[in-house]
Design a protein around this ligand. Structure first.
Ligand code: FAD
Ligand code: FES
Length: 278
């Protein structure tokens, strides 16, 4: 983490809309947009009555340096995120960022496999854009508890990533959606499957040199295990309860295999999956 670039920025809400069951997409304009890298996060202050003092750490799905905008996807799980969903176009607040270390490009040539679970989607979408802009082929598995929680426009958008210049270089890109309860687009019950089942299916068909994952810890632990079994490098974006977001309060420990702890906000949130005690 380069603390010299982490600072307080103002932001203004451009749009804020509900895009799936309990999931919102916010576009904000902020001077952080040209500074932030895929996989890094921002720590947002939500205006309120002062009872909610902690900022909310959020990843982003897209930073547009030219437009000066950042796109977030967030689930409303508590008081802070519910208040965030009440912010309207033109509302202003502050954020701290860019925070943490982002995704690294694959060390080995070959295809990448991206596995998102639930609201782990935004940093995976940012990774997909990064890979597309570097002409790295990839496939994506996105898991949700139920079909209504899939952010469909954003999932479908992945198929077009990297084609702005008109160059179609990855016609084989696959995007697989899974649901824990087997619900489907038609409303009929389909296969009950976790994101890791989609990962198994793709790994049986294709060879990968790098896995990127973000989602519930239990899912990432399985993804890390499966990648290790196949000898594939794996980067995982971890979540911890956070206070400051820049290494000052020591409340976001990640236990390491080599012993000791790292700080999720400063040394992560992206870690080499083999370094983490799952
Ligand atoms: C680096 C990082 C990136 C994140 N990116 C996103 C994102 O892109 N989209 C998104 O929806 N969420 C993301 N989160 C989680 C998000 O920060 C929490 O959901 C949010 O802070 C909850 O605040 P709240 O006040 O609404 O809920 P609270 O009332 O504080 O908590 C509600 C529930 O959420 C749990 N929770 C709170 N904070 C966290 C946290 N930091 N990690 C895990 N669980 C938590 C609590 O244990 C509780 O069960 C990220 C977290 C981290 C650490
Ligand atoms: S959140 Fe304060 S040290 Fe990580």
């Amino acid at each position: 983490m380069d603390l010299s670039t982490t600072s307080l920025h103002d932001f203004t809400v451009v749009t804020n809309e509900c895009v799936a069951d309990g999931i919102w997409r916010m576009r904000l304009s902020s001077t952080v947009a040209p500074l932030i890298e895929p996989g890094q996060f921002v720590n947002i202050a939500v205006p309120g009555d002062g009872s909610h003092i902690l900022r909310i750490p959020l990843s982003f799905k897209r930073a547009d340096a030219e437009a000066g905008t950042l796109e977030l996807l967030y689930a409303t799980v508590g008081e802070g995120t519910r208040r965030l969903s009440a912010m309207r176009e033109g509302d202003k607040s502050t954020l701290v960022g860019p925070c943490g270390n982002g995704w690294r490009l694959p060390q080995e040539p070959g295809r990448a496999l991206l596995v998102a679970g639930g609201i782990g989607l935004p940093p995976i979408l940012a990774a997909a854009r990064m890979l597309a802009s570097e002409r790295v082929g990839f496939d994506v598995v996105i898991g949700a508890r139920t079909y209504a929680m899939h952010v469909l426009p954003d999932a479908e958008e992945v198929l077009g990533y990297g084609q702005a210049d008109g160059a179609e270089y990855d016609p084989d890109r696959r995007v697989i959606l899974t649901t824990d309860d087997g619900t489907t687009a038609s409303g009929e019950l389909g296969r009950k499957a976790y994101a890791t089942d989609g990962m198994s299916d793709l790994m049986a068909e294709r060879a990968y040199s790098q896995v990127y994952t973000c989602g519930p810890t239990i899912m990432m632990a399985s993804v890390a295990h499966m990648a290790a079994e196949h000898g594939i490098a794996c980067q995982a974006s971890l979540e911890r309860m956070m206070g400051c977001g820049f290494g000052a309060c020591s409340c976001c420990n990640v236990e390491l295999v080599r012993g000791g702890y790292a700080l999720c906000c400063q040394d992560g949130p992206v870690f080499d999956a083999t370094e983490v005690v799952w």
